[in-house]
Design a protein around this ligand. Structure first.
Ligand SMILES: [Zn+2]
Length: 426
């Protein structure tokens, strides 16, 4: 009975109850998405290899890895130094490394960050594919005595963290989030491509020659009504990647609505906008050292140019229209960033109707959205609206939003979008 009560109390504290009492996440301020210089800014390359201290080996020689240094404090304690590709940078300190031990041994690793605080609760994998959040007893967060408990972000950040790892001769991966490298996302695309109404083309190459794959979903060969889905401008934003994948999978289902939708609309999907940043284990930038979601006005970076040129070639000077653009990201909590537009879009009012439909379809769910004017915006949604008059938004998923809810919401979002956009044809 006592155990049951404790379990219930735990459930109330960490589930719905704390959801209702925590302050609403207000999102990024307008100043954080202001215009910045997006010309190349040198990055610091990461040393790659394996380092053995005592009987323990640490390895960062794999796609997505980030471990800038490791030292041994004593027999069971190691300090990992995690640094960004360059500074200044948003506080998304990504880390990923492998640990092995000649003899089975439990060690603590102190995760420390250069010019940043701890953000991502550690995940562990034994095969590099399936991941688990480490048990709360295996992670100690070191509180920052300077932190002002004034906003959501400070509450979420600790100074550093200790993670306990049971190392043995078989590799243990430790990472900030599940590893979703460019090749893993490419494998996912191969699954989507098995549908007969999906094709793909390479629309460009990243600066380090990784292909930019663009999936095409739809059966209207004239491409008269277009939508665009992009994601992973920011490497650590893995929950946004999960949402994108669930969204795209739902556009490919066998329902009557989906079949009708695919006869009318063509959806282009660029699931991996920053493959170099992802595979280099960057915190945020591309190899030009730039935040790609501040470059949709000046277009100094190859990655944003590829999508701009693709859309212009498809749309400019034709009868085709871009109806909808969506860009998947992750942040502290779920939020949508929308455009406050002055002139009607090609599908005016779609996004507000879509939000209403999401609230109806998901019990107890309330949309959290924040609008800004697209007129001088440097982020993707502003470009999609400004140049092509599309309804457009940024779809942000919380770092710690449950993977099940992320998938459910995306699936519902795709279903509602298909149904509503068919209603516009009536
Ligand atoms: Zn982002």
């Amino acid at each position: 009975m006592n155990k049951l009560f404790t379990a219930l109390l735990f459930f109330l504290t960490f589930s719905g109850f704390s959801q209702n009492t925590k302050p609403k996440f207000e999102g990024q301020s307008a100043s954080s998405t202001g215009k910045v210089d997006t010309r190349n800014h040198a990055i610091i390359p990461q040393w790659r290899g394996q380092q053995t201290l005592g009987n323990i080996s640490f390895d960062n020689d794999f796609a997505g890895a980030r471990l800038n240094g490791i030292t041994q404090d004593n027999d069971t304690l190691y300090t990992a130094i995690i640094a960004a590709e360059n500074y200044p940078i948003n506080p998304s300190p990504w880390y990923a490394f492998k640990v092995t031990s000649k003899n089975p041994k439990t060690i603590w690793i102190h995760l420390t960050y250069l010019n940043a605080k701890h953000r991502y609760f550690p995940k562990i994998s034994r095969d590099g594919k399936t991941w688990q959040v480490v048990d709360s007893t295996d992670c100690i967060l070191v509180k920052d005595p300077q932190a002002k408990n004034q906003n959501f972000q400070d509450n979420a950040l600790s100074e550093s963290a200790y993670v306990r790892v049971r190392a043995d001769s078989k590799t243990t991966w430790v990472a900030a989030q599940e590893l979703m490298t460019s090749s893993i996302v490419n494998d996912w695309s191969k699954g989507i491509l098995k549908n007969k109404f999906v094709s793909s083309e390479i629309i460009g190459q990243s600066p380090q020659n990784r292909p930019f794959q663009c999936l095409r979903i739809g059966e209207d060969q004239s491409d008269s009504k277009i939508m665009i889905v992009i994601g992973r401008l920011h490497p650590p934003e893995v929950t946004g990647q999960f949402a994108l994948q669930a969204f795209v999978e739902s556009l490919c289902v066998d329902s009557e609505t989906a079949k009708k939708f695919r006869k009318e609309y063509t959806v282009y999907v660029v699931p991996m906008m920053n493959p170099d940043g992802v595979d280099n284990g960057h915190w945020r930038h591309n190899t030009g050292g730039i935040d790609l979601n501040r470059d949709w006005e000046d277009f100094n970076q190859p990655e944003t140019q590829i999508v701009r040129d693709f859309l212009r070639k498809k749309l400019t000077g034709t009868q085709r229209k871009l109806y909808f653009g969506i860009d998947f990201h992750s942040t502290w909590d779920d939020i949508f960033y929308t455009n406050i537009t002055e002139k009607p879009t090609h599908m005016d009012g779609l996004i507000s109707r879509w939000f209403e439909s999401l609230e109806k379809a998901i019990p107890d769910y309330k949309v959290n959205a924040r609008g800004s004017k697209p007129t001088s915006g440097v982020i993707s949604k502003a470009f999609f609206n400004r140049e092509f008059n599309a309804e457009a938004l940024v779809y942000e998923v919380g770092d710690n939003t449950s993977r099940e809810f992320t998938s459910l919401k995306s699936k519902t979002a795709a279903e509602s979008l298909m149904r509503l956009s068919l209603e516009y044809l009536k």
